[in-house]
Every structure is written in C-alpha cells, then in structure tokens.
Design a protein around this ligand. Structure first.
Ligand code: COA
Length: 204
C-alpha cells in the first residue's frame, strides 16, 4: 500500500510528562475513540496520562505516526501479563477453555491503536501494528493478543489479513464511566513472526 504523505514514526522511550508529543497523543486519542465504533466519553487529560501514556511507556511501548512532527496516529503495546483492566485475568481464564495453547509469559498485548480519520486507508494503521510487533518480538514475545469491537472493527481486517485467529468468546466492557454503555469485544491472537512476514513492506 503506497502513500504520497511523508509519515515518520517515533517510539516514545522516556517516562516524562513534558514529552513534546504528549499533547498531540492525547488529542488524537480523544478524537479517534470518540468516533465509531467506540463513541467513548473521556476522563480528564491527567487521567489519560496516568491510565494510558504512563503504563505503556514504562512497561511497554508507544509508537506514534507523525506528519510534519504532528501526531496523527498511535499504537500502544505491553507484555500481556503487565496489561491492566483485567485483560490478562480474563484471557487466562478463557484461553484454557478455548484450547488455545500458548504461554502468556511470552504473549504481547496489542493495546490502543488509532489513526486520524483523514489519514486512514493508507497503510499507517498496518505500519503501527508492524512496528509494535517488532518490539514484541525483539523483547522475546512469540504470540500476540488483541481485543477489538465485535461489530464494526476497522482493525480486525488488518489482523485477519496478517493471520490472526478470533477466539470463540466475547467480553463486554464499559466504555465510559459517564454513560456506562457497554460494547462487546472479540479477542484475536496470532504469531508475531507470521504477522510480521504478512505485514512486511516488501509484501504490498
Ligand atoms: C483501525 C485503524 C487504526 C486502521 O488505520 P488505517 O491507517 O486506516 O489502516 P490501514 O490503512 O493500514 O488499513 C489496512 C487495511 O485495514 C482494513 N481497513 C482499514 N479501515 C477499514 C474500514 N474502515 N473498513 C474496512 N476495512 C478497513 C482494510 O483491509 C485495509 O486495507 P485496504 O485499504 O488495502 O483495503 C483506524 O481505522 C482507526 O483509527 N479506527 C478507529 C479506532 C480503532 O478502531 N482502533 C482499533 C482498536 S483495536
């Protein structure tokens, strides 16, 4: 997939609240998830900083897509056993029932992912996935898990093309502490090496 834009990618490595990209990250995060299929209503910036930015930077990774130094997309990832929100507890319980045999200690969680609407369908989301998988593999992870909305997911087609397999159960999660609306999530899992081969830029 080709794009005429000159997009660059940067990994955020330092735990600092004054990071030059923090404001851009928060703005894009809000815009992406307040639209379909999430329609999330957000907490204050300080909570987003504590709940999203800090944990991924300190225990996992954040990769940003930039257009002229402006943040236009992001992808977060973390070792599954360090993921918050009960994800690893939920998966521990259901994976054994689903017969999916893999070691949670070497499984990576592909967390938040988003690209601004006007930049979509140009391969930026796929590249954000690919770069996070590189980090996962380099840090010794063989498998990955991702959760996405059961209906209307934009990311599921990318993961499915990269060989991911849907797990046979869904989870209901509250997307906003204000509206208390719940959305059903489906989990997909795959092999990092297989996905990297499928998403390789030489493969397009
Ligand atoms: C998911 C998301 C990051 C994808 O970003 P993107 O830059 O458009 O992704 P890509 O351009 O790499 O898309 C690659 C493929 O994904 C699929 N895809 C992407 N958007 C799609 C859509 N709206 N409908 C159907 N398929 C879609 C297509 O197969 C596409 O390939 P194609 O353009 O050759 O047909 C973006 O749509 C987004 O931010 N959505 C809202 C937030 C979200 O859903 N995040 C995922 C949480 S798990």
């Amino acid at each position: 997939m080709e794009t005429n834009l000159s997009i660059s990618y940067v990994f955020i490595m330092h735990d600092d609240s004054d990071n030059e990209y923090l404001r851009g990250f928060i703005n894009v995060f809000r815009e992406v998830f307040s639209g379909p299929p999430y329609f999330r209503v957000f907490e204050e910036d300080s909570r987003l900083l504590q709940r999203v930015w800090k944990p991924y930077i300190t225990k996992g990774t954040i990769v940003l897509a930039l257009d002229n130094e402006e943040v236009i997309g992001f992808g977060c990832g973390i070792p599954l056993l360090k993921a918050s929100g009960g994800v690893s507890k939920f998966l521990k319980h259901f994976l054994s029932q689903a017969g999916a045999q893999f070691d949670l200690r070497t499984t990576w969680y592909m967390a938040e992912l988003g690209v601004l609407p006007e930049y979509r369908r140009r391969g930026i989301g796929s590249e954000l996935i690919r770069r996070r998988l590189c980090v996962a593999q380099l840090s010794g992870h063989q498998k990955y898990v991702v959760s996405t909305t059961t209906n209307g997911s934009n990311s599921a087609p990318i993961y499915l093309k990269a060989g991911a397999i849907p797990l046979p159960f869904t989870q209901s999660a509250i997307m906003s502490s204000i509206t208390r609306e719940a959305i059903d999530f489906t989990y997909l899992y795959g092999d990092c090496e297989v996905a990297l081969a499928c998403l390789s830029p030489n493969n397009s």
